[in-house]
Design a protein around this ligand. Structure first.
Ligand code: AMP
Length: 253
């Protein structure tokens, strides 16, 4: 049975007694098969598997998006149980910000590009919460999805920059059968938007094609395009369908 831990203090008491390799999967809940793949890997590679579920307010630049973020606690707990996760860390909204976010971490180069350019403060919120979770949970390994590739790179580099004792492990993108990357936000797409959504990964993957052509193609379908950019052998994109923002990336070349 997965044990639910609700406060940092409760976890710290347990953590002192734990022996063996600890793995952590940080999430915001509304779990799907993408999260399940991280949880299974974490379960396989560690003696103690921890899932954290915290809808982190500081990483939302859009209050509507925060308010509408899907919540499916019972199903999330069932997934954790089925996979054999030992601990579900599920803190109160304010428990992780005793300082009211007066202390925060920022990175001043890569975090300003791609998603960072379109979501001011987003990566400050992400890096701050991940640092808090890594210092609190003290895992030997932590798992992050390549769906949020920029996030993965920023976290990996942060762990190196601050000599953290946690190995940051990337996990491949899990997709729907039609190619759409799984995301908690996909349930907010209307039936019509959901039908259109797979054009996004198809366009990103299409070869030949440069960023400019791909942008024009997606705009013609009715997507609002935040960016399509290539760097380091990957093509990154972010688009919006109505209020729902989708991100994705593919290896190229
Ligand atoms: P989130 O709950 O959206 O913050 O995601 C928690 C973790 O799951 C992050 O490391 C994400 O990159 C990862 N993740 C979310 N969706 C997918 C997916 N479709 N494939 C692989 N990893 C994912």
């Amino acid at each position: 049975m997965t044990a639910i831990i609700e406060s940092p203090e409760q976890w710290q008491n347990i953590r002192r007694e734990l022996k063996g390799k600890i793995g952590l999967v940080p999430t915001m809940g509304a779990l799907h098969a993408g999260h399940a793949s991280l949880l299974k890997k974490c379960r396989e590679e560690n003696e103690i598997a921890v899932l954290s579920l915290f809808v982190n307010p500081t990483q939302f630049d859009d209050t509507k998006d925060l308010k509408n973020y899907p919540k499916t606690f019972d199903a999330d707990l069932k997934m954790a149980n089925d996979i054999g996760i030992d601990y579900l860390f599920f803190p109160e909204a304010n428990a992780l910000y005793p300082d009211n976010y007066t202390y925060r971490l920022n990175e001043n180069t890569f975090s300003r590009e791609l998603c960072g350019r379109h979501r001011p403060g987003h990566f400050d919120g992400v890096l701050t919460i991940v640092m808090k979770l890594l210092l609190l949970i003290r895992p030997h390994q932590a798992y992050f999805g390549e769906k949020d590739y920029q996030q993965y790179v920023l976290i990996k580099n942060m762990a190196e920059a601050f000599f953290l004792d946690t190995k940051i492990i990337p996990c491949p993108i899990i997709r729907e059968p039609d190619g759409l990357a799984m995301s908690s936000r996909n349930v907010r797409l209307t039936a019509e938007q959901r039908k259109l959504a797979p054009k996004f990964p198809i366009a990103l993957t299409r070869k030949p094609g440069n960023s400019h052509e791909i942008r024009r193609e997606l705009e013609a379908y009715g997507f609002m395009v935040d960016y399509i950019e290539e760097r380091e052998g990957r093509r990154f994109g972010a688009v919006r369908l109505g209020e729902v923002r989708l991100i994705d990336n593919v290896k190229i070349g």
